[in-house]
Design a protein around this ligand. Structure first.
Ligand code: GDP
Ligand code: IMO
Ligand code: MG
Length: 429
């Protein structure tokens, strides 16, 4: 298999994990390259449903190395629970010990990061971002402010102690005077870190440089993204974004291997769109059509259980995601969710409600989005159950027309179509 990146190309929850799990069959090494347990990734194998948050979706195969990469953030107690939940579903403990690797450079989400995330959201009130409250933003903030704690620090008490002497006085001021939270003693943080060390110890790959070199030279690699391009901190609907880079470019640095390794970048798009959390969503449907998409698509968050906002496919933001996300092909998921619709719409332009101006380029200032409405073209539905289709030729003509039109608008090929949650409900074109 060519070294492949799989990224979400909308607002997350596009069905990336299903695609990653599927492609993982052909890969030797699967690596998550950004994000943390804000992600909720569902894999369905023969009707059995698994939920992943931080663990790469390739973990269900034996003999594949699954790595949590350098640009990920880890909340060790969440990871512990995630592993336990999967073990309870029948995956062997030894499978994790053998296959799960963690980069020593990944950053740790401390208790105070989760507290700060929650408090920031409460303070913002109606202007909140709608985060998952998993401490993601505050962990990346500390990383870039050069006062984070990395996985490797947990394994060197001397380094950790020196670092805390620098970090903690400032952090305590922030906790006390900005957030009205209790300050920590150095001993308390050392104790918290010791618990985390014990959790992570079986998985940390201190020999990662040699191992990655070997993998780069001899193995096939699958890079697994979380979130989606429109939630990217650089290119998404800023500030209503996550704090990392879920693009093919992000994969290159996040997995410690650089851009020359990547040969294929698959953008996963839903056949319609969803979003959880706040922020503009120009094609959002707040009527019964939106509710119908939510019910048929089962659009409720895996991590927070929140109802996802639903709307039609937005080809303007999609074309933008192809560009900035560095995408070379499309996996289109949940086409079956549209089976019963008489009409299916695609946004092909935006209209400024005040001036009437028509735009076909994506405006990056999201504060103007409220003044924009979608200009739609309407396609006839196929009104047929496609969930058992195995080949492109079996798809109804109107479904094929819809796919062709999306390809035309995005300028890249659709190579995978998903017609149900299970591994085998997939059409390769
Ligand atoms: P991810 O975060 O991008 O991996 O996606 P999620 O797991 O959060 O959400 C996708 C949901 O859609 C999950 O419940 C999947 O099992 C389901 N799903 C994935 N592909 C399909 C599909 O083609 N059809 C249907 N009906 N469900 C799908
Ligand atoms: P997967 O990988 C959908 C959203 C949150 C919020 C914003 C910032 O399952 O597609 P954060 O907690 O990251 O600081 O929240 O990003 N968000 C997601 N939305 N799917 C996800 O992951 C998400 N991860 C974060 O809802 O709007
Ligand atoms: Mg998800």
């Amino acid at each position: 298999m060519k070294n492949t990146v799989v990224v979400g190309a909308q607002f997350g929850d596009e069905g990336k994990a299903k695609i990653t799990d599927l492609l993982a069959q052909e890969a030797d090494f699967i690596t998550r390259f950004q994000g943390g347990s804000n992600a909720g990734h569902t894999v369905v194998v023969e009707g059995k449903k698994f939920a992943f948050h931080l663990i790469p979706s390739g973990i269900l195969y034996e003999n594949k190395i699954c790595m949590i990469g350098a640009n990920c953030v880890i909340k060790p107690d969440d990871l512990k629970k995630e592993i336990e939940d999967i073990i309870n579903q029948g995956v062997k403990k030894e499978q994790f010990e053998k296959c799960l690797k963690i980069s020593p450079l990944a950053h740790i989400t401390m208790k105070y990061h989760t507290d700060i995330d929650g408090l920031n959201e409460n303070t913002l009130g109606k202007n909140k971002i709608g985060t998952t409250k998993k401490g993601i933003g505050p962990t990346y903030t500390d990383k870039y402010a050069r006062c984070g704690i990395r996985v490797e620090d947990l394994f060197n008490k001397e380094t950790l102690s020196k670092k805390l002497d620098i970090i903690l006085p400032k952090k305590n001021k922030e906790l006390e005077f900005i957030y009205d939270l209790k300050p920590y003693t150095k001993e308390e943080i050392m104790e918290e870190c010791e618990c985390y060390r014990k959790i992570l110890a079986p998985y940390v790959d201190f020999n990662w440089q040699e191992n990655l070199l070997n993998i780069k030279n001899n193995k096939s690699i699958l890079f697994e993204g979380a979130q989606g391009v429109m939630l990217d901190v650089n290119y998404g609907t800023y500030p209503y974004v996550t704090s990392s880079s879920p693009t093919a470019g992000g994969a290159a640095f996040g997995a410690s291997m650089g851009p020359m390794v990547i040969e294929r970048a698959i953008g996963v798009f839903k056949a319609y769109m969803t979003r959880v959390g706040e922020g503009a969503f120009i094609t959002e449907l707040t009527d019964e059509t939106g509710e119908k998409l939510r019910q048929i698509g089962g659009e409720y968050g895996v991590t927070t259980g929140r109802a996802r906002r639903c709307g039609w496919f937005d080809a303007i933001s999609a074309k933008y995601a192809v560009l900035v996300g560095g995408l070379s092909e499309v996996a289109l998921t949940k086409l079956d969710v549209l089976d019963s619709f008489d009409e299916i719409k695609i946004a092909v332009a935006y209209k400024n409600k005040s001036t009437g101006e028509i735009m076909t380029n994506y405006p990056t200032d999201v504060f103007v989005h409220n003044n924009l409405e979608a200009v739609y073209e309407t396609h006839k539905g196929w009104k047929t159950d496609i969930s058992k289709c195995k080949n492109y030729s079996e798809l109804p003509e109107n479904a094929k027309k819809y796919l062709k039109r999306l390809e035309e608008l995005l300028g890249i090929k659709i190579t995978i179509v998903s017609v149900g949650p299970d591994r085998n409900q997939t059409i390769f074109i």
